[in-house]
Design a protein around this ligand. Structure first.
Ligand code: NAD
Length: 497
């Protein structure tokens, strides 16, 4: 990607250590406590900005604003009005796309080429749900009781939505939650991750510019234990849509029990990618590598269990190793960077702990795992991409979500065996298979227990195609028409004619 702008210069104009307030009821506000959280560039350790450490009382203020807007001005917007607002948001975000991507990259490290490549998942998502805003409908039902009775259904917005997102894709995660909420007439209180809160704050202000009334979209920054927990349990929040770890997802499901919130959970994974002996190896190698190394492995769908047919294992590992060693590690804002930093020091040490465990449990380290040296890496959380071979299903690195640039290669002998092993995980987010045989592809797709399955590819996501996990990877879908239903209540109406 050749850039026509200087991303470091844009980052400097956006963030130079200043205070970025929350956005509640259309206004910039600090936390009522006055406390702040430092936001740090994970590639350099440099302070980017501070944001308010919002607490329960800030969440309460945001929920109250969202309720007022839901019952007030926003309720007067027709589907056509909401469609227009969504289209205007898409336009202003497209206008500022470079800034938004620079902000995301500065905040959480993902290489700029990747944040910029998310355009269809963000702008496309807004336009997709803009289209859906005027296509909402109930059903006329021919009841079997009496011809003098008419029965039909209407679909109504659930109300105030609490959205809680992780740090690894702040722009996409925000829009995936806000767009369907606005299309259906809901209002939103969004809590970004304390590790990457900056871009959602920018997005909320762009939404105001696009004509979103005050109180319809509110952003409360803060920690999970304080602001997140209050949002999850709040008695006046009707629905929570959450993306994050399975452990936090369980806490959120429990917190929502008191007022029986509707809940959508997009959680963790330990996804299998199967390379059959007839696979096109040269096509499969870069895909298998980037199925993990994109986001430096910090991606929920990481194809971190790489099952390779024993017959082609040696050739595959050799090519995968050469590919991994050829990747350019660096600051996400530097041109040509393939692999950015991990989000923070704690995460980096956690991944190093998994690498040590892999070695201790008998896996063979083929490449990577060290911290790259040199000036460009000082202060950052960088790790060289890792490949482990001779991994067995029982090893910790084959069972637990690492959320780092670690690929475990597991050899297999038969399709029957590999499908059983691929499914032997509590997770069920995604899976992939590389084969030239159509029958093998179809048979395997049918048996893999995963919310998304890719054949001869990995990682495709589209606004119109539902995305979401099975088993401990959560429930509910994001994207697609299906996702709208999670923001709507159905009302049955009977009329005696
Ligand atoms: P996390 O669960 O630690 O945090 C996610 C969000 O939840 C943050 O905003 C955090 O502040 C908040 N939170 C933490 N504790 C909370 C609590 N008790 N109550 C309410 N909110 C709370 O996850 P993370 O480390 O930010 O992200 C990594 C995880 O997210 C991985 O497990 C990854 O697989 C998952 N993820 C899933 C998807 C998906 O679509 N399935 C996408 C991206 C990331």
């Amino acid at each position: 990607m050749t850039l026509t702008f200087d991303p470091h210069e844009i980052a400097e104009t956006l963030y130079h250590g200043q205070f970025c307030p929350m956005f509640i009821d259309g206004k910039d506000v600090p936390a009522l406590s006055g406390e702040v959280i430092d936001v740090v560039d994970p590639a350099s350790g440099r302070a980017l900005a501070t944001v308010p450490r919002g607490g329960a009382e800030d969440v309460d203020a945001a929920v109250a604003a969202a309720r007022r807007a839901f019952e007030g001005e926003w309720s007067k917007f027709t589907p056509y009005d909401r469609q227009e607002v969504l289209l205007r948001i898409a336009d202003v975000m497209e206008r500022d796309w470079e800034k938004l991507c620079v902000s995301d990259t500065a905040d959480m490290g993902l290489p700029l080429a990747r944040t910029m490549g998310n355009k269809r998942r963000v702008i496309g998502m807004l336009r997709f749900y803009a289209g859906q805003a005027t296509a909402l409908h109930g059903d006329y039902i021919e009841n079997s009781i009496s011809q003098s009775m008419v029965s039909f259904t209407t679909r109504e917005p659930v109300g105030v939505v609490g959205a809680i997102i992780p740090w690894n894709a702040p722009t996409a995660a925000s829009i995936w939650k806000i767009a369907p909420a606005l299309a259906t007439g809901c209002t939103v209180v969004l809590k970004p991750s304390e590790d990457a809160p900056l871009t959602p704050l920018m997005i909320a202000r762009l939404m105001q510019e696009a004509g979103v009334p005050d109180g319809v979209v509110n952003i409360v920054t803060g920690t999970g234990r304080e602001a997140g927990a209050r949002l999850a349990e709040h008695p006046d929040v009707n629905k929570v849509v959450f993306t994050g770890s399975t452990a936090t997802g369980k806490t959120i499901a429990r917190a929502g029990v008191e007022n029986l919130k509707r809940i959508t959970l997009e959680l963790g994974g330990k996804s299998p990618l199967i390379i059959c002996k007839d696979a096109d190896i040269d096509k499969a190698v870069p895909v298998a590598a980037m199925a993990v190394y994109a986001h430096s492995g910090q991606i929920c769908i990481a194809g971190s269990r790489l099952f390779v047919a024993r017959e082609i294992q040696d050739e595959f590992i050799e090519k995968l190793r050469d590919f991994a060693r050829g990747l350019k590690i660096g600051h996400g804002l530097d041109e040509g960077t393939d692999l950015g930093p991990l989000i923070n020091a704690v995460q980096t040490e956690k991944v190093e702990g998994y690498i040590a465990k892999g070695k201790a449990e008998g896996a063979r380290l083929v490449t990577g795992g060290g911290r790259p040296e040199g000036d460009g890496f000082a202060g950052g959380n960088f790790l060289e991409p890792v490949i482990f071979a001779d991994v067995t299903d029982e090893m910790t690195i084959a069972r637990e979500e690492i959320f780092g640039p670690v690929i475990s290669v597991l050899p297999f002998d038969t399709m029957e065996e590999v499908v059983t092993r691929a499914n032997a995980t509590p997770y069920g987010l995604a899976a992939g298979i590389f084969t030239r045989d159509l029958s093998t592809a179809h048979r395997t797709v049918k048996r893999l227990k995963a919310g998304s399955v890719w054949v001869n590819m990995y990682h495709a996501i589209d606004p119109a195609v539902p995305f979401g996990g099975l088993k401990m990877s959560g429930y509910g879908k994001e994207g697609g028409v299906e996702h709208l239903q999670a923001y709507l209540d159905t009302k049955a109406v009977w009329i005696q004619t």
